[in-house]
Design a protein around this ligand. Structure first.
Ligand code: ACM
Length: 538
């Protein structure tokens, strides 16, 4: 008897271990308990939704549409309770739920996903997606596949509320289809903030109705071809992308970079230029002229109308690249005198403070790169992006001064850096670069950080700068699989992070990228995926 029980227990344990191995979810959930058996989606499966209205219904429809093409099954969405062969979505208030968290239970009879908000339900659906065979990613009907889901119990809560990706479309413009594809991949990995770097020196990419030359002239050119015809998003395009993102629980944060990185805008409207340097001509807006503040306020008003999210990013970085002419510009000199500013650094701080005030009046929270900490922008109205990895003191300063912060230090968060020593075209910094492993292991905090300090850190973001990324094949190569590592750094509780285990789960996700047709870097066999040539920056 004892022997029989023991062997039965062993069989169960071995089966569960096999299941555990078969389940590869990225980012790793907080709690995942494999169970025996499986649920099979077939023509009789229904999607049950409670309550049968509002946001829960939208998630149910998303699931219905997601499953429809590859399975060739149009599962009905219903509010009629059924006990079996059902995928049930429950939006409910219950103890233990926090925003974006969810529970997922798969038994042979039914699948239940419950959450306290639509985002949680949506992420439960994304986990279900990863439990299904990779064939679920095809956009054509896949006959003959059995749509099995292993039985499992999952409780899941994200570590950080800010799980972001920034895309630079000034240096190279990728267009609507590429952006939607990127948003879809963010969804796969439960990322929720798309920071859109729409203006910079090579090109201005967002239509502003009051100043049409910003795009007709400012949109001309890119990093690899200064004469490329104007490329930009119309306001209708922007609305389409924002809606697409919103339906996928992603908030879009526009960035209109100022007072530096303004060369493209200044080509269109030179009357607002504050000059530049030999290397960076017409790099700045003119902070000494009242007309500049009016112009930029009008631009930000139009931008605000297009982006319903709470944040507006106004850059603020690297102004020293091209502010030398401020020293001799009569407007700037007069403004400095009037405001009692003793040098051009104080002029820059005045500009930053004043424009932060404009953003606040427009009802948005200011975001800026970590230079704006030194400008004294009020901490309660601003979120800092810490990007200068070689200046960790900027993050500490942000925290000490009461700012909320998003961490995107160049190393390991900039995906324009190479990810393998054999790669030639991306950036390095003092020989260092951003491997999958280093992305995964980020962040490591100083031990003395208090709980309150941790709370001020909203999360993590990658920045995909595109000086050396001139097409979507190279974009894929630079983003994957580092995005998977970033997702786990953003989502998975520190105590559950395990690089070795991540590397065991990653191959299954890479196969999913194969189905999706993405040209990822094969970090296990680098020779399998030659590096696509990158634009060589002069
Ligand atoms: C930056 O990389 N200039 C924010």
């Amino acid at each position: 008897m004892w022997n029989k029980t023991l062997s039965l227990t062993l069989v169960v344990l071995i089966t569960l271990a096999a299941c555990a191995q078969a389940i590869s979810v990225i980012p790793q959930p907080t709690e995942l308990k494999p169970q025996s058996g499986e649920f099979v989606i077939n023509a009789k499966t229904k999607i049950l939704v409670t309550p049968p209205k509002g946001e829960a219904c939208k998630v149910a429809k998303y699931l219905q549409e997601f499953l429809a093409t590859p399975t060739d099954l149009h599962l009905p969405v219903t509010d009629v309770k059924t006990d079996s062969n059902v995928i049930a979505l429950h939006l409910e208030t219950a103890d233990g739920y926090v925003p974006e968290s969810y529970r997922l239970k798969v038994t042979p009879d039914r699948i239940d996903i419950s959450a306290t908000d639509a985002a949680g339900l949506f992420y439960g659906v994304q986990t279900l997606r990863q439990l299904l065979p990779n064939a679920i990613e095809y956009d054509v009907p896949m006959h003959g596949v059995e749509w099995t889901v292993p039985c499992v119990e999952i409780k899941d809560t994200p570590r950080y509320s800010w799980r972001g990706l920034m895309l630079d479309e000034s240096r190279h413009f990728f267009g609507k289809a590429a952006v939607k594809k990127l948003l879809d991949r963010m969804v796969l990995y439960k990322l929720n903030r798309f920071h859109w770097h729409l203006t910079d020196s090579p090109g201005w990419r967002i239509e502003i109705k009051q100043y049409p030359k910003l795009t007709t002239i400012g949109g001309i050119g890119c990093e690899s071809n200064p004469k490329a015809e104007a490329q930009f998003y119309t306001q209708e395009d922007i609305k389409e992308i924002v809606t697409y993102a919103t339906e996928r629980q992603i908030i879009v944060i526009p960035e209109i970079d100022m007072p530096g990185h303004a060369t493209a805008a200044n080509r269109a409207y030179p009357e607002f230029s504050g000059g530049g340097s030999k290397r960076h001509p017409d790099f700045t807006f003119n902070p000494g002229s009242e007309a500049t503040y009016e112009y930029l306020t009008n631009i930000l008003k139009e931008v605000t109308e297009l982006f319903p999210g709470p944040w507006l990013h106004y850059g603020g970085d690297e102004v020293h690249f091209g502010n030398q002419q401020w020293k001799t510009n009569p407007d700037v000199q007069q403004m400095m005198k009037k405001q009692g500013l003793k040098d051009i650094r104080e002029m820059e701080h005045y500009f930053n403070q004043r424009m932060a005030g404009v953003i606040e009046k427009l009802g948005k929270t200011t975001m800026g790169w970590d230079e704006i900490i030194d400008a004294g922008v009020p901490a309660e109205h601003a979120v800092i992006m810490w990007w200068r990895h070689d200046k960790p003191q900027q993050l500490n300063k942000a925290i000490e001064r009461g700012y909320r912060a998003v961490m995107c230090p160049r190393i390991p968060c900039y995906f324009d850096f190479v990810q393998h020593d054999s790669h030639k075209y991306g950036r390095r910094w003092g020989g260092k670069f951003c491997t999958v492993e280093s992305v995964y292991q980020f962040p490591v905090f100083p031990a003395e950080y208090t709980a309150k300090q941790h709370q001020q850190i909203l999360g993590i973001q990658t920045c995909v700068w595109s000086e050396r990324i001139q097409n979507t094949v190279r974009l894929d190569f630079m983003v994957y699989p580092r995005l998977a590592a970033l997702a786990e750094a953003c989502w998975t509780q520190d105590k559950n992070k395990d690089l070795g285990n991540f590397k065991k789960r990653l191959p299954a996700l890479l196969k999913r990228h194969d189905v999706l047709g993405d040209y990822y870097f094969d970090c296990f066999e680098p020779a399998n995926t030659p590096e696509p040539k990158g634009h060589e920056k002069k």
